[in-house]
Design a protein around this ligand. Structure first.
Ligand SMILES: NC(=O)c1ccc[n+]([C@@H]2O[C@H](COP(=O)([O-])OP(=O)(O)OC[C@H]3O[C@@H](n4cnc5c(N)ncnc54)[C@H](O)[C@@H]3O)[C@@H](O)[C@H]2O)c1
Length: 333
C-alpha cells in the first residue's frame, strides 16, 4: 500500500479518485484550498466524506505557497503524487489570468520540484483536452502538434506538460500527464455546462446554447475517469514521460446533450442560441488507443446513463444545488 499525495482532493475528480484509492487501502494525503471559484460548501462536503476514512489526511492550504508545499512533502513523505489541483475553466481564464499564474504555473513548479527532491516514484498530473486548441484533425491524438492553445487555461496546461518533460529529461522523474475530456457526474462541477443547463431547465430559465448548438464534446463519465487515473498511478506499462488522453471517444453535439437532459428531467429547455465564445474549441474527440494499451482504459458509461445518474443525484441534493445556485448568482464567477 502506498502513501499518495493528492492535490485538489476536495475537487470533483480528486474526491472520486481519493475515495477509490482509500477503498483500495492506500493512505491519501489530500490537499485543497477550498477556494470560492464555486460554492466551497460543495468542496467541504466532499472532503467530509473522505475524512470518514482513517487513512485520509485533509490538509488545507495554497499550493502556490512554496513553504506550504515543502512542509506537506516533509511531513508525509508521499511515494506517489497525483496533482489535480488547478484553477479550472476556459472562459474564467480570459478575465482572471493571475489566478491561473498562481494555481496552474507556480503551484506546479512547487510540486514537481519538491517531488524531484524527495525522489517521488511517479508524478501524475491533470492536463486537458483544451491543449488541442485550434486543431481540426479528429480524433485528437497525443502525437498531434499542440502549439495553438486558444485560452490562457489551455496555455497553462500545455506549460505543465512541457515542464514535466524537462523534469523527466533532467532528473529522471517519471511523469504522466492526463488530458481529461469534459468529465461529468454526481458531485460534479457547477461551472460546467451539464450542471448549469440542468439547473436552468429545472428552473425554466434560458439555457445559453453556445455556437448555436454546433459544439461537440467528448463527455466522459467520472467512474471511467477514476479507472484511468488509478491505472496511471500503478500501471507498469508506462515510459518515463507520458501524455495520455482520457476521453470517451464518442463526441456528442450540444443539442443532443440538451435533449437528453430534457428527457431525463421531464422539462423543456428554453433555449437562447448564442455565438461561439472566445476560448471555446468547437469540438473535442479523444483518440484513446494509447490509454487502452497502457492503462487498460475502456470507458463503459453511455452518456444517457451517466446523465441519468447525475440528474438523480441532483434531485436528491436540492438544498446543496440551491445553495450552489444562490452562490453563483451572488458571486457571478
Ligand atoms: N472536470 C473536467 O472536465 C476537466 C477537464 C480537463 C481537465 N481537468 C483538470 O482536472 C483537474 C481536476 O478538475 P476538477 O474538475 O476536479 O476541478 P475542481 O475545480 O473541482 O477541483 C480542483 C480543486 O483544486 C483546488 N485548488 C485550486 N487551486 C488551488 C491551490 N492554489 N491550492 C490548493 N488547492 C487548489 C480547488 O479548490 C478544487 O477543489 C484540474 O487540474 C482541471 O484543470 C478537468
Amino acid at each position: 500500500m502506498s502513501t499518495i499525495l493528492i492535490t485538489g482532493s476536495a475537487g470533483f475528480i480528486g474526491f472520486f479518485v481519493s475515495r477509490e484509492l482509500l477503498k483500495n487501502g492506500h493512505k491519501v494525503i489530500g490537499v485543497d484550498n477550498f477556494n470560492p471559484y464555486y460554492l466551497p460548501d460543495l468542496k467541504l462536503e466532499r472532503d467530509k466524506m473522505l475524512t470518514q476514512s482513517r487513512n485520509y489526511v485533509s490538509v488545507k492550504g495554497d499550493l502556490s505557497v512554496r513553504d506550504f508545499v515543502d512542509n506537506v512533502y516533509d511531513s508525509y513523505k508521499p511515494e506517489l503524487v497525483l496533482h489535480l489541483a488547478a484553477q479550472a475553466g476556459v472562459r474564467y481564464s480570459l478575465k482572471n489570468p493571475y489566478t491561473y499564474q498562481k494555481s496552474n504555473l507556480e503551484a506546479f513548479v512547487n510540486l514537481i520540484e519538491k517531488a524531484k527532491m524527495m525522489g517521488v516514484q511517479r508524478f501524475v498530473y491533470a492536463s486537458s483536452s483544451s491543449v488541442y486548441g485550434g486543431n481540426t484533425k479528429m480524433p485528437y491524438s497525443e502525437d498531434d502538434p499542440v502549439n495553438t492553445p486558444i485560452s490562457l487555461y489551455a496555455a497553462t496546461k500545455r506549460s505543465n506538460e512541457l515542464m514535466a518533460y524537462t523534469y523527466t529529461h533532467l532528473w529522471k522523474l517519471q511523469t504522466v500527464g492526463l488530458r481529461f475530456f469534459t468529465v461529468y457526474g454526481p458531485w460534479g462541477r457547477p461551472d460546467m455546462a451539464y450542471w448549469s443547463f440542468l439547473e436552468n431547465i429545472r428552473n425554466q430559465e434560458p439555457v445559453r446554447v453556445f455556437n448555436y448548438g454546433r459544439n461537440k464534446r467528448d463527455f466522459t463519465y467520472i467512474d471511467d475517469i477514476v479507472a484511468g487515473v488509478v491505472a496511471s498511478l500503478f500501471s507498469d506499462r508506462l515510459s518515463p514521460y507520458e501524455i495520455i488522453n482520457l476521453g470517451n471517444n464518442k463526441p456528442v453535439e450540444l443539442m443532443e446533450f440538451i435533449q437528453t437532459l430534457e428527457r431525463l428531467s421531464g422539462k423543456t429547455a428554453i433555449m437562447q442560441m448564442v455565438e461561439p465564445q472566445p476560448g471555446d474549441v468547437v469540438a473535442t474527440y479523444a483518440d484513446i488507443a494509447n490509454a487502452a494499451q497502457k492503462l487498460g482504459f475502456e470507458p463503459k458509461t453511455e452518456l444517457s446513463d451517466g446523465l441519468e445518474f447525475f440528474v438523480r443525484w441532483f434531485d436528491e441534493h436540492i438544498p446543496l444545488t440551491e445553495a450552489v445556485r444562490d452562490f453563483r448568482k451572488g458571486s457571478n464567477p
